[in-house]
Design a protein around this ligand. Structure first.
Ligand code: ATP
Ligand code: MG
Length: 244
């Protein structure tokens, strides 16, 4: 599904990703851990198509060269990013935002747009699964949402868009214990043999609920170690200093 080879990315003359290799097959869930500033969010941004980076190397998604594709086309092809810091967008109603995003993805796939009634039914079902108070959906996007509400709203967006490849950038931070379990269930119930996930986290606890196929350690722009979920437990005990 995703093949990254020798990926280098820099911004404002700062080199951040320094030769990153990663292959994710359909159905796999990969976790990325690593020290602050090692390049995890940069990798998420570069994959989702955020502008401003100078990029070299190979980044193929479903056999297509991603580097040339603009952000909207990547979303339409099924790449989704849940942000580490979801943006507050005043003046944009959350429900309208979700509906417009969904319909633009459906349109690109050649599917019929959802009418308001079907959309509201879908949003009701998904928000209740995630324990989201529907009232917040009639508010401006993320404006005044609590930290946990913003993170849950990102997962709601993921559930509604139903992407084939989801990148979750520290979606667990800021969630209370119950919300963490709900969000983890939300991810687990989305897993199929065709969909893949890249989950960025600092905490092994999330991986007790979401079982990764692989855990990678990103350090100074490169993956320096890959293992299975035991690696996350080892990191929790030893920290990053002793990993090489
Ligand atoms: N626009 C930018 N201009 C200059 N430096 C940047 C820019 N964006 C990111 N960086 C730097 O690149 C490095 C990697 O940042 P990134 O956000 O990818 O780290 P991270 O691994 O996600 O860290 P954290 O765990 O704290 O979220 C940091 O040192 C950061 O300051
Ligand atoms: Mg980050």
């Amino acid at each position: 599904m995703l093949e990254i080879k020798n990926l280098q990315a820099s911004i404002n003359n700062k080199s951040i990703l320094k030769g990153l290799n990663l292959t994710i097959n359909p159905g796999e869930l990969h976790a990325i851990m690593g020290p602050n500033g090692s390049g995890k969010s940069t990798l998420a941004n570069v994959l989702s198509g955020k502008n401003g980076y100078e990029i070299s190397g190979k980044m193929n998604f479903m056999g297509e060269n991603l580097i040339k594709l603009p952000i909207e086309e990547r979303a339409q092809k099924g790449i989704f990013l849940a942000f580490q810091y979801p943006l507050e967008i005043p003046g944009v109603n959350t429900n309208n935002f979700l509906k417009t995003s969904l319909n633009s993805v459906r349109k690109a796939k050649g599917e019929k747009e959802l009418d308001s009634i079907s959309f509201l039914k879908l949003v009701k079902e998904k928000s209740s699964e995630l324990g989201i108070d529907e009232k917040i959906l009639s508010r401006q996007l993320n404006v005044g949402f609590s930290g946990g509400e913003k993170k849950k709203n990102e997962i709601l967006q993921m559930k509604i868009l139903d992407p084939s490849f989801s990148i979750l950038d520290e979606t667990d931070s800021g969630l209370d214990i119950d919300a963490l379990k709900i969000v983890a269930n939300g991810v687990n119930s989305s897993r199929t043999s065709k969909k893949s996930f890249l989950v960025i986290t600092h905490y092994q606890r999330l991986l007790d609920y979401i079982k990764p196929d692989f855990v990678h350690v990103l350090s100074d722009g490169k993956i320096i170690k890959t293992g299975c979920s035991e690696l996350a437990q080892e990191l929790e005990k030893k920290g990053y200093q002793k990993i090489s």
